[in-house]
Design a protein around this ligand. Structure first.
Ligand code: MN
Length: 247
């Protein structure tokens, strides 16, 4: 059977030190590549270019899109001034993500957003974020774990009648590397998994183009042999190739 082609929206790394300090480098973490390959998909990198007018042409060649993790999202995109806890933001990457999401939606290309990816999906459709959960939401768990990236650190509760619920059990441990989080989910999305402190960990678009975002990093667990997390990529690839199963 034909392998689904998945375009991974890449990020820009600013190289520190070395012989070319300040060099901009387009990249994705290798765990995304490894997970997609293990899941029977063919990964492609979509670089954040200067202009965004070619994004549709890029997506034309793809069956689906994976939004990878990265820097914080510019709060201006959801109408807020920056708060003290905000981390590094890069407007050109955010612009690229927004353009990819808009084009994918119009073209009916399924999207899986991971970490920054779930946040970008939410913001693109009018939702808001905590710029820094710890300083804005009392009692929040530690979502920036101090353990290896493939180790789960907090539990989530999953809605069974959802895409993610058709893959994962109702309670499962996930890893966590985010200090921002979804505050108000966009109207077009349903929260389909949450941590017990109330932070949404998965959102899914209610209708139209398939879009699902997860706040944890399943690729970091799948790349290290976690079969349940790998299944997310396998099922996403299947959906990109064959279309959404009838309800
Ligand atoms: Mn978390």
């Amino acid at each position: 059977m034909r392998k689904p082609k998945i375009g991974i929206a890449a990020n820009i790394e600013i190289v520190e030190g070395g012989v070319m300090p300040g060099l901009y480098r387009s990249y994705v973490n290798q765990d995304y590549i490894v997970s997609l390959e293990k899941a029977g998909c063919i990964p492609f990198l979509l670089p954040p270019g200067d202009g965004t007018e070619d994004v549709r042409e890029q997506l034309e060649c793809m069956d689906g899109v994976l939004l990878s993790g990265g820097y914080d999202i510019d709060p201006a995109l959801y109408g807020e001034q920056p708060r003290p806890g905000l981390g590094f933001v890069m407007a050109e990457v955010d612009r690229f993500y927004m353009e990819v999401i808009r084009a994918a939606d119009e073209m009916g290309k399924p999207v899986l957003g991971i970490c920054k990816g779930i946040q970008a999906l939410n913001v693109a459709f009018g939702g808001t974020l905590y710029q820094d959960m710890e300083s804005q939401k009392p009692g929040v768990f530690m979502h920036m774990q101090k353990a290896p990236r493939y180790n789960p650190s907090h539990e989530i509760t999953v809605e069974p009648d959802s895409f993610i619920g058709s893959i994962l059990p109702q309670r499962i441990m996930v890893n966590s590397f985010h200090h921002q989080g979804i505050r108000e989910a966009a109207e077009e999305f349903r929260v389909t998994a949450s941590a017990a402190d109330g932070i949404p960990e998965c959102i899914e678009k209610k209708s139209g183009t398939f879009m699902c975002g997860v706040q944890w990093h399943p690729e970091m667990m799948a790349a290290f042999g976690n079969g349940q997390m790998l299944e997310i990529f396998r099922r996403f690839g299947e959906l990109c190739r064959d279309g959404r199963p009838e309800k």
